[in-house]
Write a protein that binds this ligand. Sequence first.
Ligand code: MEV
Length: 439
Amino acid sequence: MNRPIQGFSKLTKREKIEWIATQYTADPEATKTVLERYWNSDTKLQQLHDEFIENTLTNFYLPLGIAPNFLINGRLYALPMAIEESSVVAAASKAAKFWLHKGGFKAEVLGTEKIGQVHFMFDGDTDTLQVFFDRIKDTLKSDAASITKNMKKRGGGITAIELRDKTADLPHYYQLHCTFETLDAMGANFINSCLEQFAQTLQREAENYEGFTGTERNIEVVMSILSNYVPQCVVKAEVQCAVEDLNIQPTVSPDEFAEKMVRAVQIAKVEPHRAVTHNKGIMNGIDAVVLATGNDFRAVEAGVHAYASKDGTYGSLTHANVKDGIFHFWIEIPLALGTVGGLTSLHPLVKLALEILGKPTAKELMQIVAVAGLAQNFAAVSSLVTTGIQEGHMKMHLLNILNQLGATESEKKMLTEYFKKHTVTHSAVVEAFDKLKSN
Ligand code: MEV
């Protein structure tokens, strides 16, 4: 039976591995070998990765691929994508190539407002609290001056602090709802430091405010934290072309294709089960670029899905229509991204990914990432409404199956050739592999 451990974080890396291998795995020696095989022989680089988190044992690799030929606002990009799903990079590349000679993608940042809140409980009169808040508003900002100084110099900082009465939702609950401009930084540390300072000022000033009596002086701060829901930090990306140019498949006419694309998006707008999968396909592109550029994909995921429900039901993040013979396809999503701070100057592959993208500003990165999502959705939905998804997906998955079966390089080559003309299914690959082996 496994036993709890005290002071695990104090053990050396080898001791941690020894412990996990003997306590939790059937073959400790094999476990140790696997974990150590993924160490980097460059000890400095390994140490850098070890120190990103607590209790590091080894590295967990994901492939970093490139989807070239993305024409965005007239500039050509090659998108770095970190992702394990076999068909994603191929699908993105295909969509990029399709739109390359049709004017490419246009993208525009509609807003960059970040949000943070101090959540607190106040036992007293709301109007009196409002008067108090108006009195201390300047002090809230001036107390945070040392935190905001550099950001302000660059043109960012706190943009607004508002008192919000939330007592209709929860008795005694109020917020300082604060907005920020964090320029090229994602801004989480900046925002959270400001908020924690606001909370201290709020409590201190309340204790000494002559307009408060009794319990009113004891404001209970519950928490101070940024919000990953940023509906005013939004980017739009779009493509358009004449319907007659939608020559995706020889078997489907451009008119029929346009109609089916619009229908598919309409379905994803009204049907949450489909919408979740539709949006998952979008996130295939978004997460891959977000991850490669060292941004927080969990924050992006949480914010994007909340945005997909902003009208009361969960729906498609992309939109499509045909007007006057022109097919329009677009996405509007919130993306709080940074190109400075965090991992951006620490992780060598993140630095490289940003260099490949031409060292973008946060706004440019928002545009690139939105385009990655739109392209991925275009690729997925156009397959779904024409050939179906499995043909392309299984072709890409073929190598994974062959690797699972332990195929040699020459066997992989022969079977890849064979499956150019045959349908890939798991059982068909196993059968063809067994046949090859027995010959
Ligand atoms: C698979 O990772 C993504 C898709 O399911 C997206 C979609 O259905 O639109 C193909």
